[in-house]
Design a protein around this ligand. Structure first.
Ligand SMILES: Cc1cc2nc3c(=O)[nH]c(=O)nc-3n(C[C@H](O)[C@H](O)[C@H](O)COP(=O)(O)OP(=O)(O)OC[C@H]3O[C@@H](n4cnc5c(N)ncnc54)[C@H](O)[C@@H]3O)c2cc1C
Length: 348
C-alpha cells in the first residue's frame, strides 16, 4: 500500500514515520526548498511523548529535550501563581522545534523525501492514501471540503525566539493583563520563549515595549534575542470530517487551534500514530481523532479566555486568586489533563 504525505512539517514527518512502521510505502512532498522548522520551542507533552515512543524516536527526543527542572505559572510581576517543584522530564520535555523535526527527519530514508514540490490538487497524486499535512492554510482541505470555513484570526499575536544564554531557568508560563509569556529552557543553556498579546490583526506592536514591565528575565529575553518570529494567531473552525475518499487531514490542516495549552503539534503526533493504527480505515481515523482534537481545540480556546484574554484588573485579581488557591496537584492535572492519551490498538 502506498501513501503520499503532503507537507513535511512535524505532522507530515510523524505520519511518514508511523505509516512506515506498519508497512506502508511512503513519499513526503514538501513545497519548501528544504525540510525545516521555525526557530522556536515546543513543549512535548506526555501524550506526544507516548506517540514518539511508539514511533521509536522518544529516546533521542529525551536526549535533546530539557533535563528535569521545576516550573509553574507566574503573574506578570513575578509572583508564583502555581509552583511545581518537579516538572519531570518523563512528563513534559521542552525542545527546540528544529530538534523535534530533526528527530523525525532522521527516522526517514532521504530517498522518500521530496522538496520543492507544491501539491495543488489531490488528483495529481497516485496513491492508496493521501495524508494532507499541509498546515493551517491547507490547499487540499480547501479542495476536498470547499464549504468548510477557512482559518480565522483568534484575537492575539505572538512573538517567539531562542535566546542563546546560557541560562538556568525553570519552565514557566506567565499570565498578565491581555498577554502571556512562556519560558522553555533547553538542556544546553539556550531558552526558547514566546510572548503573546491581545491585539488587532497585523497590529504594529513592539514586543520589547509591550513586555518591558514584566518580570525578569522576560524583558531581556525579548530584547536580546537576535532572531524573533511573529505570527498572528489563527484557528480553524471545527470541521465536519477529517477524511474524504482516500484523503486524511492531519495536524493543523485538520484542527489548527490556539496555542494556549501547547497541544497543537502534540495532536499532530497523536494523529500520525492513530492513522497508522487505522491502517487505511479512514472512517476509524475520523472517529478516533475528531472528538479528541476538537475537545482539545475547545479547551485551548477556553484557556485563552481565562488566560491571555483577561484584561480588567478585577478579573485579573480573581483569576490570580483562584490560581493561587489551587493545590499543586490540581494545577498539574489542569495543565496535563489531555496527557492520558494512549496509542490505539494496532493492526495485526
Ligand atoms: C505561537 C505558537 C506557539 C505554539 N506552541 C506550541 C507548543 O508549545 N506545543 C505544541 O504542541 N504546539 C504548539 N503550536 C502549534 C504547532 O506549531 C502546530 O500545531 C504544528 O506545528 C502543526 O504542524 P503541521 O505539520 O500540522 O503543520 P505545519 O508545521 O504548518 O507544516 C505544514 C507543511 O506543509 C507544507 N506545505 C503547505 N502547503 C503545501 C503544499 N501545497 N504542497 C506541499 N507542501 C505544502 C509547508 O511548507 C509546511 O512545511 C504553536 C503554534 C503557534 C502559532
Amino acid at each position: 500500500m502506498k501513501a503520499i504525505v503532503v507537507g513535511g512539517g512535524i505532522g507530515g514527518l510523524a505520519a511518514a514515520v508511523s505509516l512506515r512502521r506498519v508497512g506502508w510505502e511512503v513519499q513526503v512532498l514538501e513545497r519548501a526548498a528544504e525540510f525545516g522548522e521555525v526557530g522556536a520551542g515546543i513543549g512535548v507533552m506526555p501524550n506526544a511523548l507516548r506517540a514518539l515512543e511508539w514511533m521509536g524516536v522518544a529516546d533521542e527526543a529525551r536526549r535533546l529535550g530539557t533535563p528535569r527542572v521545576s516550573g509553574g505559572v507566574k503573574a506578570s510581576d513575578g509572583r508564583w501563581l502555581t509552583h511545581l517543584p518537579d516538572v519531570g522530564q518523563e512528563k513534559i520535555i521542552a525542545m527546540h522545534r528544529a530538534d523535534l523535526h530533526g528527530v523525525l527527519l532522521r527516522a526517514l530514508p532521504p530517498e522518500i523525501l521530496f522538496n520543492n514540490v507544491e501539491v495543488t490538487s489531490v488528483e495529481e497524486l497516485d496513491a492508496d492514501l493521501v495524508v494532507a499535512a499541509d498546515g493551517i492554510n491547507s490547499r487540499l482541505r480547501a479542495e476536498l471540503l470547499p464549504d468548510a470555513p477557512g482559518p480565522v484570526y483568534a484575537g492575539a499575536t505572538a512573538w517567539r525566539g531562542v535566546a542563546p544564554g546560557p541560562f538556568e531557568l525553570p519552565i514557566t508560563q506567565t499570565l498578565g493583563p491581555g498577554g502571556e509569556a512562556g519560558i522553555l529552557p533547553l538542556g544546553d543553556g539556550r531558552v526558547c520563549w514566546y510572548v503573546a498579546a491581545v491585539a488587532p490583526p497585523s497590529a504594529a506592536l513592539d514586543p520589547v515595549e509591550l513586555f518591558a514591565g514584566w518580570h525578569d528575565p522576560i524583558p531581556s529575553l525579548v530584547s536580546t534575542t537576535p532572531e524573533i518570529i511573529r505570527h498572528d494567531i489563527h484557528q480553524l473552525p471545527l470541521l465536519p470530517t477529517f477524511v474524504r475518499g482516500r484523503v486524511a487531514l492531519l495536524g493543523d490542516a485538520a484542527h489548527a487551534m490556539v496555542p494556549y495549552l501547547g497541544q497543537g503539534a502534540c495532536m499532530a503526533l497523536e494523529d500520525a500514530v492513530t492513522l497508522a493504527a487505522c491502517d487505511g480505515d479512514l472512517a476509524r481515523y475520523d472517529a478516533l481523532r475528531r472528538p479528541r482534537t476538537q475537545s482539545v481545540w475547545r479547551s485551548s480556546r477556553m484557556a485563552g479566555k481565562f488566560g491571555i484574554e483577561v484584561t480588567s484588573p478585577v478579573a485579573l485579581a480573581v483569576r490570580n486568586f483562584v490560581f493561587r488557591a489551587l493545590p499543586g496537584q490540581a494545577a498539574v492535572r489542569g495543565m496535563t489533563r489531555f496527557s492520558s492519551w494512549d496509542v490505539p490498538a494496532m493492526p495485526r
